[in-house]
Design a protein around this ligand. Structure first.
Ligand code: NAP
Length: 325
């Protein structure tokens, strides 16, 4: 078991920023990356709205730069997933991964949320080539194009309305004949001349042209069973999000949807455990807001550790994470 000052669970913009700050504050830091270094942003082909990149960048490039910056200040990376945590006995906290075990004085949870998937043929294959889960990230690339939005909740309508800034037409495909979204959003969507609806229908397959770019969706009407082919250049899927809070069980307080609850210092219900990014944020969901959150959670962790410095046990000199204090 390795003793470290800070374990960061997750490696999206929140986790990488938190790691940069704690490592730079000379606190030994391990970032447990999860399956995909960078999280959701690493699957975004072009990023045009992260400040500091006037010519834009790519998700993988942004993640790599953030990783290098955190590493430069001494953050260690473990390319595994957390399988269990023990927050119940207070600091230091036990964090178990597939092959390692850490004892951390403070933990920053940045494990994110994932957009729900349709799980139909073509969806994964053409993600980034016409299939998207982020209107703010990708809407601009669909200027003047006809696109579809899947879902009937607040996200589908809000993002669908936003996408009419770019797209020539937005068809919202919903599996029922009434919407889950708020009345206000419904009114705005019904009043928008660029929006139409396809009711009682599900997407059965995402189709692509010979260049591997989305060209249509195969739909099935759940009431009649009729199957139709709907040509489209973009498929935006907004059927809800699942925060990755299951690994914490009941140890962290969450709302009914599983988002971790935090105070104004990014502290959770467990003293010494902080949270940042989409694991607590169901509203903004941007790389830059996650990075800002990661900074705030890290500063809180640094302050919290500083206040109890005299009670911190020395680190094991033999552990690779023993740089710093
Ligand atoms: P949501 O409310 O859970 O809605 C998901 C929608 O996707 C539902 O219409 C659902 O259909 C549909 N759906 C789910 N699984 C599907 C599948 N496999 N195939 C096809 N359709 C499927 O999720 P959300 O819209 O992301 O909203 C999440 C939370 O954030 C909500 O509490 C919402 O109020 C909030 N939010 C608020 C705002 C705002 O206030 N402006 C904006 C965005 C989100 P059914 O209706 O048939 O179940």
């Amino acid at each position: 078991m390795q003793k470290v000052r800070v374990v960061i669970i997750g490696s999206g913009p929140a986790g990488l920023t938190a790691g940069l700050y704690t490592a730079r504050a000379q606190l030994s830091t391990v970032i447990v990356t999860g399956k995909l270094l960078g999280g959701q942003i690493s699957t975004t082909h072009e990023v045009e709205n992260f400040p500091g990149f006037p010519d834009g960048t790519t998700g993988p490039d942004l993640v790599e730069k953030m990783r290098q910056q955190a590493e430069k200040f001494g953050a260690q990376f473990l390319y595994e997933s957390v399988t269990a945590v023990d927050f119940e006995h207070g600091s230091p906290f036990r964090v178990t991964t597939e092959n390692e075990e850490y004892l951390a004085d403070a933990v920053i949870v940045t494990i994110g949320a994932n957009p729900r998937k349709l799980n139909v043929p073509g969806e994964a294959e053409y993600t980034g080539r016409g299939v998207s889960y982020c209107a703010t990230c990708d809407g601009y690339f669909f200027r003047g194009k006809e696109i579809v939005v899947v879902g009937g909740g607040d996200s589908a309508l809000q993002e669908g309305i936003f996408l009419t800034k770019f797209a020539s037409h937005v068809n919202i495909i919903h599996r029922r004949d009434s919407l889950r979204a708020s009345t206000a959003l419904q009114t705005r969507a019904f009043d928008n001349p660029k929006i139409s609806f396809t009711w009682d229908s599900v997407v059965e397959e995402v189709l692509a042209n010979e260049h591997g770019v989305v060209s249509g969706v195969r739909l099935r009407n759940l009431k009649t069973g009729e199957k139709t082919l709907h040509p489209t250049e973009g498929v935006f899927i907004f059927i809800g999000y699942d925060p990755n809070s299951a690994v914490f069980g009941s140890q962290l307080d969450t709302d009914a949807s599983g988002y971790v609850l935090i105070n104004d210092r990014h502290g959770t219900n467990v003293e010494g455990v902080f949270a940042a990014g989409e694991i607590h944020d169901s509203v903004f969901r941007q790389a830059i807001t996650a990075a800002g959150d990661g900074c705030k959670a890290a500063l809180s962790a640094i302050n919290w550790l500083g206040a109890r410095e005299d009670r911190l046990q020395p680190l094991d000199e033999t552990t690779p994470a023993a740089a710093g204090v």
